[in-house]
Design a protein around this ligand. Structure first.
Ligand code: PRP
Length: 205
């Protein structure tokens, strides 16, 4: 059985594919997968899922390894082995609001996909806020008056800029990370370690 790798769909998937290619692997099945959610290369089986679900597949042992953002690990705290950072997917967590907006004197309302991180951040600052959970496009919330601000990841800053928002404060840095199922790391050590070592050797490049 080929090792199973769960890969976060979207931006990380693209960055991982380039990285995987730079390690000398054939990426044709990945680049030509179309809408398929499962493909095989010569050496691995890949499954494609949203970040939080990548951690679920790894935690339950459906996938041996996973490629996921550090932001997802911080928010969901899955029971997986967090092996090491990968040299792509750099982003930071930020509080942002509309350009020129003055924060209200009373309790702020913050929209975010990251309700756990948001709660923790404001609590650490001694501030109580109302949090509204959204699943995406959170930049809409302050523009439409749903919230005073947002907590979200910023990578290039383009989404904030194009929607008239600005960073108020940045407070965490993340990158993509390699995660593993805890027991598979031991049981399938011989099958997984050469690939893990290969990824590790290119770490920071
Ligand atoms: C993420 C994040 C921001 C955007 C930041 O969203 O939630 O919206 O990327 O990237 P940038 O700084 O490079 O513009 P994603 O693309 O994952 O989509 P989503 O809004 O549907 O979650």
């Amino acid at each position: 059985m080929k090792p199973v790798i769960a890969l976060t769909k979207g931006r990380l998937e693209k960055q991982f594919t380039e990285y995987f290619k730079s390690l000398g692997f054939d990426t044709t099945p990945l680049t030509e997968k179309g809408r398929k959610l499962r493909v095989e290369t010569d050496d691995f089986q890949f499954i494609f899922a949203k970040g939080p679900d990548v951690t679920v597949y790894v935690e339950h042992g459906i996938a041996d390894l996973g490629i996921v953002g550090g932001d997802i690990l911080a928010e969901y705290q899955p029971d997986v082995y967090d092996l090491f950072p990968l040299p792509f997917g750099a982003c930071r967590m930020a509080v942002a609001t509309e350009k020129g907006k003055v924060w209200p004197d009373q309790k702020k309302t913050i929209a975010s996909k990251y309700t756990g991180i948001t709660k923790q951040f404001f609590k650490a600052n001694g501030e109580s806020v109302d949090i509204i959970k959204l699943e995406g496009s959170v930049e809409l919330a302050p523009i439409l008056g749903l919230a005073d601000g947002i907590v979200d990841i910023v990578e290039t800053g383009t989404t904030l800029k194009e929607n008239g928002l600005v960073v108020d404060e940045e407070f965490m840095n993340f990158s993509a990370r390699l995660i593993a199922n805890r027991s598979h790391l031991k049981i399938k050590k011989d099958a997984l370690m050469p690939f893990i070592e290969k990824l590790k050797s290119k770490k920071g490049v």
